[in-house]
Design a protein around this ligand. Structure first.
Ligand SMILES: *[C@@H]1O[C@H](CO)[C@@H](O)[C@H](O)[C@H]1NC(C)=O
Ligand SMILES: *[C@@H]1O[C@H](CO)[C@@H](O)[C@H](O)[C@H]1NC(C)=O
Ligand SMILES: *[C@@H]1O[C@H](CO)[C@@H](O)[C@H](O)[C@H]1NC(C)=O
Ligand SMILES: *[C@@H]1O[C@H](CO)[C@@H](O)[C@H](O)[C@H]1NC(C)=O
Length: 290
């Protein structure tokens, strides 16, 4: 993660993962439903995300981009986020209500009206009852629709009528995002996550489902970009991601990162490393006759 972050010009704060059995019974979430997470790895995933939300509050972080450590993203992530920032602050046709004026200006990155901004998912959909709420914008780093994984290609074609498009993204209000590969959180978003899914209120399902359900209910809200800029990265074998949602890794060899695979990223930061870092000092010297 440090290597790909350095390549893309990001500086990360690493927050450790959590194993389920390290969580004291007193600190378990109060369960509801009959599919609770007790004894499953999903419990550790929840705690690790909740630790990020807590970190934001404890350290006065106004907004953060949370990325899991088994993802791939576009090497131009800063440019992608810059374009999204401009759209959300200065060209936002989705915003409504009393936050309109507050959210329009310079005060907050990406505007002031969001809890969450999903830039990385492995599934999910927009609100079918409010497909009118969307906007499209040009982003040369957005992959063409035919190269996308099924779930998001279906959204692009059936919801947004974009079939052959290249270099376009769609912003819509977040509704039902699956996976937590890459999402922005505001300070209010971190507080609402902790309130809804931090152990304050009862819940019992994996963290991404809880986020999706609370968002569909309108208890959390924000924006989603399609296609996403962060996706899963699979390497096969013992080092492979635990998150098998949305991508078959059976075709991936077990040589680790050098033969790893992601889908739906135009310029993968992970795949860019070889071209950026490989050199041939002696060979180049010899070829140049020096
Ligand atoms: C949660 O799951 C555990 C393990 O399957 C089970 O023992 C427990 O009774 C469940 N609790 C609730 C409230 O469903
Ligand atoms: C601003 O948003 C409108 C409505 O979604 C869109 O038509 C227009 O292309 C956007 N402008 C830019 C510069 O992206
Ligand atoms: C779409 O992108 C894929 C992967 O980058 C590429 O192989 C394909 O040629 C592109 N198709 C079009 C129509 O641009
Ligand atoms: C997509 O096409 C359908 C059928 O023509 C139309 O009803 C719908 O409004 C279109 N959606 C968008 C986002 O343009």
């Amino acid at each position: 993660m440090s290597l790909i972050a350095a390549r893309a010009g990001l500086k990360l704060t690493l927050i450790p993962g959590v194993t389920a059995d390290s969580i004291h019974p007193k600190a378990m979430p109060p369960h509801i439903g009959n599919n609770n997470m007790t004894g499953t790895p999903a419990l550790g995933v929840w705690r690790a995300h909740a630790n990020v939300w807590k970190y934001m509050l404890d350290n006065d972080v106004e907004s953060a981009l949370v990325i899991e450590d088994d993802v791939d993203f576009d090497v131009n992530i800063k440019d992608i986020m810059g374009k999204l920032n401009w759209q959300l602050r200065f060209n936002n046709t989705i915003r409504w209500g009393k936050e309109v004026e507050k959210g329009w200006g310079e005060e907050c990155p990406y505007g002031c009206d969001w809890d969450e901004i999903f830039i990385g998912s492995c599934g999910g959909k927009p609100n079918r009852d409010r497909l009118d709420l969307h906007q499209m914008y040009e982003d040369a780093h957005a992959p063409n629709v035919s190269s996308l994984p099924n779930w998001v290609r279906r959204e692009m074609t059936t919801m947004w009528n974009l079939t052959e498009t290249d270099g376009l993204r769609v912003i819509s209000p977040t509704w039902s995002p699956l996976c937590t590969m890459g999402y922005g959180l505001s300070r209010m978003g971190a507080m609402r996550m902790l309130y809804q899914i931090g152990g304050w209120r009862p819940f019992g399902y994996p963290v991404d489902l809880e986020i999706a359900w609370r968002t569909a209910e309108g208890k959390l809200s924000g924006y989603t970009i399609s296609p996403p800029a962060v996706t899963s990265w699979r390497v096969g074998g013992a080092q492979d991601s635990d998150n098998d949602a949305g991508m078959d890794a059976s075709a991936v060899s077990s040589l680790g990162n050098i033969q790893g695979r992601s889908e739906g990223i135009k310029n993968s930061v992970r795949k860019s490393l070889a071209g950026f870092l490989e050199k041939d000092y002696w060979g180049d010297r010899a070829r140049m006759g020096r």
